[in-house]
Write a protein of this length. Structure first.
Length: 128
């Protein structure tokens, strides 16, 4: 999945796995996603994490009666990354009636943790 004219397109994010309760996405570490010191920008990692959580949450709601929106996200940036690719693996930890909590691990090609994130998603009832 790659959506045109979105942040996903601008950052080169591609969804590689989409199933109930799990999403995997890849993002390049290049001129689009690096900060001025030459390493992956923390904001790019967070954008990748929230993308994974949001797409995963959307797959778990009733699309006719519910919408989703990011409510809160946090991230620990534990290792720098200069180039190549990062992969985000998101899994749902809690699926309630009004919120979901997702765990997202952003890893390098050797499966080392670059960023650990938790994202809370609001489930919103659509008014008809």
């Amino acid at each position: 999945m790659e959506l045109k004219n979105t942040l996903m397109e601008a950052l080169g994010i591609k969804i590689t796995l989409l199933e109930k309760g799990k999403v995997i996405a890849e993002m390049p570490v290049d001129e689009r996603t690096r900060q001025p010191f030459g390493v992956l920008h923390g904001g790019a990692s967070v954008a990748l994490a929230e993308t994974v959580a949001s797409i995963g949450a959307y797959e778990l709601v009733d699309k006719n009666t519910e919408a989703i929106a990011g409510l809160e996200i946090n991230a620990n940036h534990v290792r720098p990354k200069k180039d190549g690719w990062v992969t985000a693996v998101g899994t749902v930890l809690h699926q309630g009636k009004t919120t979901m909590v997702w765990d997202i691990k952003v890893m390098d090609e050797q499966k080392r943790i670059i960023c650990i994130s938790r994202c809370t998603i609001a489930i919103i009832k659509i008014k008809k």
